[in-house]
Design a protein around this ligand. Structure first.
Ligand SMILES: [Ca+2]
Ligand SMILES: [Ca+2]
Ligand SMILES: [Ca+2]
Length: 199
């Protein structure tokens, strides 16, 4: 919806480059039996992002049922900056390992000091189901040693990954650059092997 709104007023309705796969799916939808039928009966027909056919406000076809919508996080650099400002608890412009640890404490549902994939992704499901797929990818990134638990060791390693000039500190610029890259990397990734949906 938000996307549709943003596109209003551009000369051809589409102001950004859709990846070819989406463009093709949208064109297939437009030429589908259902769409032609709707047009011939003068019903209200819409193709919503990324490739969903709506007739009279009802979705009749979805080419990417597992699509996850990251538009809510755009622009990524603003989101990343906002994350840094909230997570930099002592507001000194530096993200420490202890501050990263504190961020994850809120996902530690059973309070054992380590966060499992399930605890993390369930919490994301509770706040924003659209981000469930992304949350699985992010968990892979946080869980540097891949043992499906987040603990001090992972926070140290994650801190190291963000510290691009290797001076032992993660400043706002490093943080934002790292996160924009992460968001962009996972934007077109498709469905994570773990699970399609919140459950
Ligand atoms: Ca700090
Ligand atoms: Ca781990
Ligand atoms: Ca640094």
């Amino acid at each position: 919806m938000e996307k549709t709104y943003k596109l209003k007023g551009t000369p051809f309705g589409i102001d950004r480059q859709y990846p070819r796969e989406i463009a093709r799916a949208r064109s297939e939808l437009y030429n589908s039996h259902e769409a032609r039928d709707a047009r011939s009966r003068r019903l209200k027909m819409q193709i919503r992002y990324p490739a969903r056919l709506y007739v009279e406000g009802k979705m009749v076809k979805d080419k990417f049922p597992d699509w996850y919508d990251m538009n809510g996080l755009k622009p990524y650099n603003r989101t990343a900056e906002q994350m840094f400002l909230t997570e930099d608890l002592n507001q000194d412009g530096i993200m420490t390992i202890a501050e990263i640890d504190a961020v994850f404490d809120k996902y530690d549902a059973n309070g054992d000091g380590s966060e499992t994939r399930n605890e993390y992704t369930m919490r994301i499901c509770g706040t924003d189901p659209d981000l469930y797929q992304l949350s699985n990818y992010l968990y892979d990134d946080y869980d540097v040693d891949g043992d499906h638990h987040l603990d001090k060791h992972d926070y140290e390693a994650f801190h190291l990954k963000m510290d691009s000039n290797a001076d032992g500190q993660v400043d706002k610029t490093e943080f934002v650059v790292y996160w924009v890259h992460l968001f962009e990397k996972y934007e077109w990734m498709g469905v994570h092997g773990q699970m399609g949906h919140c459950h």
